[in-house]
Design a binder for this molecule. Structure first.
Ligand code: DP6
Length: 310
């Protein structure tokens, strides 16, 4: 029986997606911009089998999101029962975008394994149906995801602006509230939600301009603002979505202090406590040193920007 393998890298949003305008088609309420990471990787193998099964990081497991995705694909394509084996070389489900690389790798493998003949745009759309951030992991470098099509596009390759990302791991535990559920709670309860969605349009446009001009300061300002506004929405949701831990705040302050010392760096944080510091490559050592000295930081991961799914 043939086996098909694919690999994809997680991405980190600089302009965040938080909220859906259509939950059943998984259409974001906000346009987003991301960078794809080179050194973090998901490798996924699919093999035709008698029944569906999933082995994630060496353990057989059930995942309702992946099962619903397969069920959805089967409404349109001939997808046989599959054994899916998937491995991440980084913590899973801890706010490091494992669902982004996971669905991007899965649809890329399925496209070949099941002769789906999806082009890149369609692959990105299907990845989005699994997890909207996954649409962006189809591409490398700097990537946008916006309407009305809601498939991702590459803005700039990694080589054209090779920034570095230092991830401060603060906790390797799984997140308490999934993004999908968190977004629903935010839309239904945060009085900041509509302002957040409205403001994302300018953030998106300004980020595209900053990336095009390779203007670090402008991108830093937009990215931190988008991150803090998203967390403002999360914190004002009921029940509150507080993904930060104490070391998360300490890392944010460490990044601000580095900037006072003329180190080009900014932070971004997703639905988890880890802090991602984006910096110019020549400043990597200073950023690693500063973050590793923050009490509560378990370790750091350093990565450049990488390629799309293959
Ligand atoms: C905070 O793509 O995981 O990382 O579409 O419901 O699967 P679903 O959500 P998901 O949300 C990612 C949210 C974020 C910000 C971002 O990556 O843009």
């Amino acid at each position: 029986m043939s086996v098909t393998s694919a690999r994809a890298h997680p991405n980190i949003a600089l302009v965040k997606y938080w909220g859906k305008s259509d939950e059943s088609a998984n259409i974001p309420a906000t346009p987003s911009v991301s960078i794809t990471l080179s050194d973090l990787v998901t490798e996924t193998t699919v093999e035709t089998a008698e029944r569906d099964s999933l082995v994630m990081n060496g353990e057989e497991t059930a995942d309702t999101k992946i099962q619903s995705f397969l069920d959805l694909m089967r409404t349109q394509f001939d997808v046989p029962p599959l054994t899916i084996v998937t491995d991440n070389n980084f913590p899973t489900g801890a706010g490091l975008a494992s669902s982004a690389s996971g669905f991007a790798a899965l649809i890329t493998a399925l496209n070949v394994h099941c002769d789906l003949s999806l082009d890149r745009n369609q692959t990105s759309i299907w990845a989005r149906r699994g997890s909207a951030s996954a649409a962006r992991s189809i591409y490398g470098g700097y990537v946008s995801l916006s309407g009305p099509e809601w498939y991702a596009r590459q803005i700039l390759t990694a080589e054209h602006w090779p920034l570095t990302v230092v991830i401060a791991i603060v906790s390797e535990g799984k997140k308490a509230v999934s993004s999908t559920r968190g977004m629903r709670i935010s839309r239904e309860t945060s009085s900041f939600y509509n302002a957040w969605v409205a403001s994302s349009v300018d953030d998106y446009r300004n980020a595209l301009e900053a990336i095009d001009a390779r203007d670090f300061d402008a991108l830093a300002r937009i990215a931190e603002s988008s991150c803090l506004k998203m967390h403002g929405v999360m914190l004002t949701s009921y029940p509150t979505l507080q993904y930060w831990l104490e070391p998360t705040l300490a890392c944010m302050n460490a990044v601000r202090n580095l900037r006072e010392e003329d180190i080009d760096v900014f932070f971004t944080i997703d639905a988890g406590p880890q802090v991602k510091a984006v910096c110019r490559s020549e400043h990597t050592r200073a950023v690693v040193r500063a973050l590793e000295s923050v009490p509560g930081v378990v370790r750091t991961l350093t990565t450049g920007l990488g390629q799309g799914a293959e």
